[in-house]
Design a protein around this ligand. Sequence first.
Ligand code: NAD
Length: 294
Amino acid sequence: MTATIIDGQAVASRLRLDVAEAAAGLRARHRFTPGLAAILVGDDPASHIYVRNKRRACADAGLASFEHHLPADTSEAELLNLVDRLGTDERVDGILVQLPLPPQIDPRRIIAGIDPAKDVDGFHPANIGRLWSGERTLIPCTAQGCLILLRTVCHSLAGAEAVVLGRSSIVGKPVAALLLAESCTITIAHSRTADAATVCRRADILVVAVGRPMLVKGDWIKPGAIVIDVGINRLSHNGAGPRLVGDVDTVDAAMIAGAISPVPGGVGPMTIACLLRNTVVAACRRRGISDPEL
Ligand code: NAD
């Protein structure tokens, strides 16, 4: 078997166009532009790249973006103060605090300080609670991206055996919550799972988010399964620039799986597209406008 390769780049491009169209519609009919505020504390080079990419994505989709770059020695109180001010800024519909934060700042306190209605990362405890309760919420972007990609190759997820490898709050747990809401039978496996390969092998749907380069091999996969690889790992490559690989050995896995998302070009592009989507959704909900069809 050779797996269908799920083209996350193409799916994300379509979603970004749909977001741009929704934003244009809001401008025309309701006279406002959805806005995303990004806060970056310190000089982490990867975080700078992520925030720059988010700014460009906002501009492409016709969303307003506001950037706040704070020095590495910013105190927790100063950051909370900014988050608070953005909570009352009418131009701002989404607030994103780029992680990781410097050690003097507790990310949980900052996330808890974000207005849940503007929490476009979906990390606020109130939004996490709503997600697990099956209530309407802002869904964490990477998890939402995984679900959208799954739907491109599988129209009914109900009853499927789903295994999520990795239990982080930003990926593994929200993916599991979404798959449960789709009526999958879910198992969450992690670093302390005895024999993760055997657990993965029973999955019709396998989502892998562990941050371990090419951990999952073909013999971890049930024939015909759908595999979503969330991992982004940079491997140094014969003196050349780093090579990006996922948590799945794609070449090996593609011999067994029915469909697989590649790295790069799978979940990665979906995360930013879903952030834009959440910003437009948050903008509508704050103004009592029904959710755009995205
Ligand atoms: P994390 O370090 O917070 O969590 C990793 C999880 O994997 C933990 O629950 C741990 O128990 C589990 N784990 C680690 N080693 C394991 C092993 N050998 N067997 C089974 N489980 C194991 O990581 P995260 O933030 O969830 O990110 C995971 C990966 O996804 C990383 O490569 C990260 O870069 C990537 N990521 C990608 C996107 C995207 O947009 N595509 C977004 C977020 C994270």
